[in-house]
Ligand binder design. Structure first.
Ligand SMILES: C[S@@+](CC[C@H](N)C(=O)[O-])C[C@H]1O[C@@H](n2cnc3c(N)ncnc32)[C@H](O)[C@@H]1O
Length: 207
């Protein structure tokens, strides 16, 4: 076994190197790419909201996929440089604090809402799962507010406490859903993605 060097990223693997070579700041791009290849979630001309967008891999991938006639707005609690694509914009902010005024300003006409948000982890499985579920609840609340009827929602969640309740809520607001673990997810990770298709119109939501 090679000795670990100071500052070395122990999680670094071939996906990290592949992402760097392709010009993406994080390996997470391959998870979105897998979902895109499987289901064609993003289309040219769409308006996309990317929650938890830093350091910007999904934002870059989405802006390339929707193209010049589309638009991508990325939000993260951490600072990040503005993307260099004219159809992409970064706004620093907390997903738990997006009030109605803010949502009015970004618009309620999104085709896709993506959330790759992850909490700071404690290492205690149930605590981290509950923190992840809270982020997912806020992403879902935003998605049902800003998505057009028929819109698509993609959300990362940690399996564990809060997972079943979240799936139940996604089922309530979307016509169809799938749970997906990308190949490019680290094997030890408990993260999984939930995709909700075709947001229901208000009259079709049964609470
Ligand atoms: C796994 S990273 C996202 C990677 C990103 N999809 C990419 O491809 O570059 C998770 C992000 O969620 C963000 N996040 C966590 N809690 C948040 C919150 N309350 N509001 C907004 N962003 C949050 C973190 O700051 C972090 O940048």
């Amino acid at each position: 076994m090679k000795p670990v060097k100071k500052g070395q990223n122990l999680w670094r693997d071939h996906y990290t190197d592949k992402a760097k070579k392709a010009g993406f700041p994080a390996r997470s791009v391959f998870k979105l790419e897998e979902m895109q290849k499987k289901w064609k979630i993003l289309h040219p001309g769409q308006k996309v909201l990317d929650l938890g967008c830093a350091p910007g891999s999904w934002l870059k991938y989405a802006s390339q996929t929707v193209g010049g006639s589309g638009q991508v707005i990325g939000i993260d609690i951490q600072p990040m440089e503005q993307p260099d694509k004219p159809n992409a914009q970064f706004i620093q902010g907390d997903a738990f604090e997006m009030d109605q005024d803010f949502l009015d300003r970004i618009g309620r006409d999104f085709d896709v809402v993506l959330s790759d948000m992850a909490p700071n982890t404690s290492g205690i499985r149930n605590v981290d799962a509950l923190k992840s579920a809270a982020l997912c609840d806020s992403a879902l609340a935003t998605a049902i507010t800003v998505l057009k009827p028929g819109g698509t929602f993609v959300c990362k969640i940690f399996q564990g406490e809060g997972f079943d309740a979240f799936i139940k809520d996604v089922k309530m607001y979307f016509t169809k859903h799938k749970i997906f673990k990308p190949e490019s997810t680290r094997k030890a990770s408990r993260e999984i993605y939930v995709v909700g298709w075709s947001k229901k119109g208000e009259s079709h939501v049964r609470t």
